[in-house]
Each structure stands twice: as structure tokens, then as C-alpha cells.
Design a protein around this ligand. Sequence first.
Ligand code: GDP
Ligand code: ZN
Length: 272
Amino acid sequence: DIVAVGDVVDYKLNQDGTGVINEIHPRKNYISRKAPRIKGAGTRGERLEQIVASNIDNLVIVSSAKSPKFNNRLIDRLIVAGESSHINLIIVINKIDLDPSHNTRQWSELYTKIGYQLFETSVTERKGIEELKNSMSGKINLIWGQSGVGKSSLLNIIYPSLKLKVGAVSDSTSKGKHTTVTSIIKKVDENTFVIDTPGMREIDPYGIRKEDLGHYFKEFLPFADSCRFNTCTHYHEPECAVVTAVQNELIHHERYQSYLNILETIEDDMNF
Ligand code: GDP
Ligand code: ZN
């Protein structure tokens, strides 16, 4: 992939209406993933980096309180993708109308306490919509989240001109991992853009090293400085200040569990 969605380019227009790109301007950031394995190549061999989108202002992580079930592991994976690409993060918990006893409130509090901007929304009850719209306004927004959480519904209510198909998912949770992903960018307002990545519900962050993963869990940072080893992966090392902080409930155990899960997938990939 030479050019990615979100790139700023110089191009020359031909007389027949086609054009030629002469130059791609430097990217301020980009989200990438490991390209799918080439069929027949076996499980060995390197997987190339595939750029999903570039020059993103906000990574909008959309989840739902219910149906599908709230999935904090996926949110944490998407946070890692955003943090490692230096992109501002916005977390949305949609369908709060389906959670009258506020079971997801504890999650809202957890992510807010870490320092993330979070919106509880409901499309059916029109809650949190204006607030989310304000944060997306004037920015390039990459929308990401599991299918069925209400991404299309939210975008439609915020930007009625989009007219996205709701519930139109030919479920690609498994398929998306192995097929080529096309991202689509749409102008929704004067300076506002939305990038959708149909077919990609999961993510496989590219090129994150074990010893760097902790940097992308923001709330670990104040403790990580006090670990005995500066390459500490906060797992098996002695005198790890992050593990101590988890034991003292200064770091939430769920976040630490997400960290360990991701760490494990990185280790697996290193065995190639
Ligand atoms: P997407 O796959 O993430 O784009 O999700 P869709 O926008 O297609 O929505 C999936 C289903 O959830 C549809 O049946 C929507 O009507 C429904 N839905 C979306 N937002 C809400 C909401 O806030 N509350 C409720 N109860 N249902 C919603
Ligand atoms: Zn440590």
C-alpha cells in the first residue's frame, strides 16, 4: 500500500479526468496492522505492515453497554493501537438505554479516571449525542469498534447526510482478519471527516515491542519508573512497581489483565 486513506498528496490531473499522484506529504500519524498472511505461505514468514488510515485526529472507540456485551478487552486493545500511534482517543459506550441499572458505570469511571474522554450515548434516547458531536467537530475521526455496537446509527444521527446502512453487517469478525481492508473517508461537515473501516473489527497492532507495551497503558507510567529494570515488562521481573500497584489496587486488575493478554500475543509473534 503506497497511499493510504487520510494521506495528503500532490497530484496532476490529466485531460481525461484521471490523475497521477506525484507526492505524498509526510504523515503526522497513522494506524497500521499486520497484513494478512499470504495463503499458502504457511505460518512462517514475515507479515508486512498495512496502513489502515493516516493523519487522524481522533480514534473514536465505540462499544455498547449491552448486545453485544460490553467488551473491555477489545477497548484496551484499541487504546493500545491509538496510544502507540499518538492519536487522541475518545471512548463511547453506546446503548446505555439497555443498561438501566448502570452496570457499565464502573467502566466509565475507570476510563475517565485514567484520563480518557468518554461518552455514554444512546441513539434511541438521543443521549450524549451533542457532546460526542462537539468532540468530533473539525477533526478527522477514525471510528472503530465491534460490529453491532451502533457505529452506523451514531454516525447517522450525528451526520444525517451519511445515510449509512444500519444493521447491515455481513458479519466479518473472522473474515476481516484475513481479507484486505478498505477504509473509507467521508466529509461530513466543513472541516470534519469520518473514516470507517468496514470489515475490520479486531486489530492486530503492528510492530509493538514487549518492553514498550507498558507505555501505552497510561496509568502504568507513574509506577513504571520505579521498576528495578528499565526494560521491565511488568510480568515476571522482580521488584516490579507496576505489579505492586496492581496488588495495592492503584492500577485496576482488569487493565493489568488486558495488558498481560496483549503481552502474550506479542510474545507469540516473536517466535516466528
Ligand atoms: P454497527 O455495526 O456498529 O454499525 O451497528 P449498527 O449501527 O448497524 O447498529 C446495530 C443495531 O443496534 C441496530 O439494530 C441498531 O438499531 C441498534 N442500536 C444502535 N444504537 C442503539 C442504541 O443506542 N440503543 C439501542 N437500544 N439500540 C441501538
Ligand atoms: Zn515493572
